[in-house]
Design a protein. Structure first.
Lengths: 268, 268
DNA sequence: CGTTATGTTGAGCTCCCTCAAGGTTGGTGG
DNA sequence: CCACCAACCTTGAGGGAGCTCAACATAACG
């Protein structure tokens, strides 16, 4: 089911789109990135791009650990249970850094799976360290981004504990829509949503059957539809109302505190 | 219910126990800490100790953010919902650093509540930065600790999503027992457990009534008992078997990777 | 064009929730 | 020291949300 030979290896720079990587777009919202910062980051992201054709596991093939940044498409982060089950604990859309924490983690306790159609940029630890040193603003922005990832995890926790099935489903969909919007992936009221209903159900702490039923209700009420790995949001206010969704946890307030502490650095 | 005037302010050094702080004990398991490292850390932890007499919120009273480290007792981390509810997202026992991440976080999205009887050491951001600079091993150890905190969060996520009430309850109790043991707080088969059943239930994604029923069953089967803020573990293997508990997520493997990267630093 | 993963739907059951009432405990003030 | 009070814990009855299991439909894929 999961293969690793599927990644188009090697440095492929096929008529590199001049388009700004989603990550740069997103980070520029959090932190002040100067033109040089943006340029340097964009360039660093263009050095080792891989296209994913089928579901494939992300692994460290070399000695050195590498960051993986999603340029387009999706990646999922699973945690494994003793009994062989696995559970989706995070999703990475375009512009997300896969598991920045793990760069310094003692133990790899999760698996990252890249979904077909994704485009991934890889960056070695040392390359990143160099970039962060020369461009403190980039370091700060990455750190902020990691904080938000952590905040999302906490929100998922609350989602499971305090909401019912309908609310959970709506909340997760609303979150995906919002996050996609941040990087310009919410066009014509639809976003890419290439995960399986089973994984989606799991992330909501539901069985696939029941998640499906709940989704079906949302379809019938013309709030969303979801087919061909695409989610169409027809009535966003309704969706967010059902979920009790508030995007606070996804958007750092304009942060005096961080701006005023230029000595902030990533742990590298 | 929650008061803030309850903290015994000021530097109280009442016949400072020569005892090594739990944090030092715990960190020494993760990372190599030399005698100087331990001494410096112990000393830093002794400069501003506060005793908590009733439930009280932790807050930044000054300009500068401060770390809070639990020396004895418990602290809880809550996230607030729109509707006024709050949800327990983390517990800090003796030897835990309260929300290290928040030191660099853009937004405070959680509240930390100190439980009565706790002893807390506070350390200013700058003091910590200085300590981390002079003692890289301490910096590394703190970072590892933060990784484990993050790992615990993920485990809670899985706990809610993939286990039933009985398993959830058992798992959380098993985790507390294990964490307490790490810092020598598991004596004579019992640990301190000063949270309310309502909070405990919430952390398990259950209603207080049902959590109580499940607990009662565990009591009757002589697996644990819980009264007077103390949990007695009578049959630990049974408890861990019910939970499907494995302490992997609480113990970083002895990490070549980290040892071999002495340039690892905390983001300060 | 078969084969496998994924999505859809149904019937029945059970786990867990809701709501409500009564105990118990610890803290507080007289 | 006792009476009181407010949290907190405990227990019950009944209902509904979500699970299990199973069959089928549909889509992806070689």
């Amino acid at each position: 089911m999961i293969m690793t030979a599927s990644i188009t290896h090697g440095r492929s720079q096929p008529a590199v789109k001049a388009a700004v990587p989603s990550l740069v777009t997103k980070l520029a919202r959090y932190a002040k990135l100067g033109p040089q910062d943006r340029l340097a980051l964009s360039r660093a992201l263009s050095l080792d791009i891989r296209n994913v054709s089928v579901r494939s596991m992300l692994e460290d093939n070399g000695r050195e650990r590498k960051l993986a940044i999603v340029l387009d498409g999706w990646a999922c982060c699973y945690r494994h249970l003793r009994n062989g089950q696995r559970h989706l604990v995070a999703c990475y859309l375009a512009g997300d850094v896969c598991d920045l924490h793990s760069l310094t983690a003692p133990r790899r306790d999760t698996t990252i799976v890249l979904l077909a159609g994704a485009r991934i940029a890889r960056m070695s630890e040392s390359a990143f360290a160099a970039l962060a040193t020369v461009h403190p603003a980039i370091s700060r922005a990455f750190w902020l981004d990691a904080q938000i990832a952590s905040s999302i995890e906490r929100e998922w926790l609350v989602n499971l504990a305090k909401r019912n099935a309908r609310e959970r489903v709506a909340h997760l969909l609303a979150e995906f829509a919002f996050r996609a919007e941040l990087v310009g992936g919410f066009t014509k009221g639809s976003i890419e949503l290439p995960i399986t209903q089973a994984d989606f159900a799991g992330a909501c702490g539901l069985t696939p059957s029941h998640a499906n039923r709940v989704l079906r209700l949302l379809f019938e009420q013309d709030i969303v539809t979801w087919r061909n790995a695409t989610l169409f949001v027809h009535n966003r206010p309704a969706l967010e109302a059902i979920a009790g969704f508030s995007p606070d946890y996804l958007t750092p307030a304009v942060s005096r505190s961080v701006e005023s502490r230029p000595n902030l650095r990533l742990p590298i």
